[in-house]
Design a protein around this ligand. Structure first.
Ligand code: IMP
Length: 496
């Protein structure tokens, strides 16, 4: 039995504090060096990230970046969306029971790594749910339907929501079911006619191959055979406990972010899983005392970005098709139309941050929405996940501004709020109250990393210390560039 304080390998959980794309991958990559097992506990192949050997990396609506020296070719780039990035460093990668797994993506990613000379060790929980082609089709159908009433979320289209729906509806098919031909056939025969009826009768869409039981059975049975042949399936909780008892260090790699959490995010503009730290226990089978006894690092950007729709109180400017009510005017047009220089200045600032921070999806090229840092959001995230440390990324991106604004609290109908309200409508009505801090100039960030924290420009130090104090969580790391080497580590959770 495990209780907090017992011996065993260290457990570190990396959680997104904002809306995804906070640079979690770079932090995971940095600390996975010390870990033996890297575990994903939620989400699926919606967490796209590019892993570049020895250099910079970017994320696309995903878990951000990682780099590696273990790859054979120093200029190699790896695109991953499902497999934990630690496998590139030769670590065991686990997809926990809280994940939804598209086997086609899983094997394609493993094969691509093999072709590059790696031998990835990936284990998949038998309790994890399987994404089928009908889930992806239904994801698209539902988004198109919601768009008619402006309720579309801007999902990644990977079938994430419909798969979690089936899990909660107790009609899902799990990885363990792929291993048994009779169980697989029985489950498909039960669920597929329901899905076909939903698509055809409710949404009025013609269905094809994706809803064909015979085809699905053949294809998914073969995936089951491959999983069995390679001995890839596990009881995740039992596997991780045995390894940890033997001293293995475990790193949980959260995907997405707190405000995309189905419980703690701004519902309904969320993903369908729990990126917050509680998800690491539920989604892996290691108990909450084990997760809580380790370190929980909240990763954040020094500002905000968001992919998809939904409110964003501190947003600067807007992105057409994502920012509610935004028409896509240029900075000059905004200024002229409103006679408000402030709006035009916000547009220019948004463009500047977007360019400096590389806030574009790497695959789609879609611009991300950007905004000033929102402390009520961070207080909410710190509370929901019991952060023991903060990793603050993109401090270099804000360099060169005379002043930076930080939202310290909200005003809503004359009332002051320190954290995010529980309903999305109330959150959208919040007026950010800003505090202005002095900006810092651009500098040789490489030299800063070499010399350490004290070499950060004094005003940048004042900024991160202000954030840490307001949120009540100490700083564990500061990112001043996209490469994993461009991180100043103040407190390495594995170094205890
Ligand atoms: P889904 O996870 O595909 O259902 O998408 C739901 C919402 O989460 C959408 O707003 C997506 O843009 C957002 N989302 C999903 N995964 C990520 C991610 O890894 N980073 C940032 N946003 C994400």
């Amino acid at each position: 039995m495990h209780r907090a304080g017992e011996t065993g390998g260290m457990v570190v959980t990396i959680v997104g504090s904002q809306l995804g794309d906070e640079g979690k991958g770079g932090i995971v990559d940095r600390w996975s060096e010390a870990a033996d097992i890297v575990v994903r506990y939620q989400g699926g192949d919606n967490a796209g990230h590019t892993v570049v050997s020895g250099g910079t990396a970017t994320a696309d609506g995903g878990t951000a970046t990682a780099s590696t020296e273990t790859a054979s070719d120093v200029s190699t780039e790896y695109k991953l969306s499902l497999v934990p990035s630690g496998v590139i460093r030769g670590k065991t990668g686990v997809l926990g029971n809280g994940c939804v797994v598209n086997p086609e993506t899983l094997f394609a990613e493993i094969e691509r790594l093999r072709e590059r000379g790696l031998d990835p060790d990936v284990r998949v929980a038998k309790r994890a749910h399987v994404i089928f082609p009908y889930h992806r089709e239904l994801d698209g159908i539902e988004e198109r339907t919601k768009a008619d009433s402006d309720f579309d979320i801007g999902t990644t289209g990977k079938g994430i929501g419909p798969t979690y729906e089936d899990r909660a509806g107790r009609r899902g098919i799990r990885i363990g079911d792929l291993l048994d031909p009779d169980v697989l056939r029985d489950r498909l025969e039960y669920v597929v006619p329901q899905k076909r009826a939903l698509a055809e009768s409710v949404f009025g869409v013609e269905t094809g191959d994706a809803f064909d039981i015979g085809r699905l059975y053949g294809e998914y049975r073969r995936y089951g055979e491959r999983l069995a042949d390679r001995d890839m399936t596990i009881d995740a909780g039992a596997f991780l406990t045995t390894k940890r008892d033997a001293g293995a260090e475990i790193l949980f790699e959260g995907a997405q972010g707190t405000l995309l959490d189905v419980d703690h995010g701004n519902y309904p503009f969320v993903t369908s899983s729990n990126p917050t730290a509680g998800g690491a226990a539920v989604g892996s089978g290691l108990g909450p005392a084990v997760v809580g006894d380790g370190a929980v690092i909240g990763v954040m950007k020094a500002y905000l970005s968001r992919v998809g729709t939904g409110p964003l109180p501190t947003e600067l400017g807007g992105v057409k098709g994502q920012t509610p009510g935004y028409g896509g005017e240029s900075a000059d047009e905004v200024g002229e139309a409103n006679g408000q220089d402030g709006d035009a200045a916000d547009e220019r600032l948004a463009t500047h941050i977007r360019e400096a921070g590389g806030e574009y999806g790497t695959v789609t090229g879609r611009p991300r929405r950007v905004g000033w840092l929102d402390l009520p959001m961070l207080r909410h995230a710190a509370r929901a996940s019991s952060f023991s440390g903060l990793a603050i990324n993109h401090v270099d991106t804000l360099a060169g501004m005379d002043t930076v604004q930080v939202c310290v609290r909200y005003d809503i109908e004359g009332e002051t709020r320190e954290t995010v309200p529980a309903t999305t409508e109330r959150w959208a009505a919040c007026e950010p109250q800003y505090e202005e801090l002095e900006g810092w100039s651009d500098t040789d960030w490489g030299a800063v990393v070499e010399k350490g924290y004290e070499a950060l420009p004094a005003k940048a130090r004042a900024y991160v210390e202000f954030v840490s104090e307001e949120v009540g969580v100490p700083i564990a790391a500061i990112g001043v560039g996209p490469d994993r080497a461009q991180t100043i580590v103040l407190d390495d959770p594995f170094d205890r």
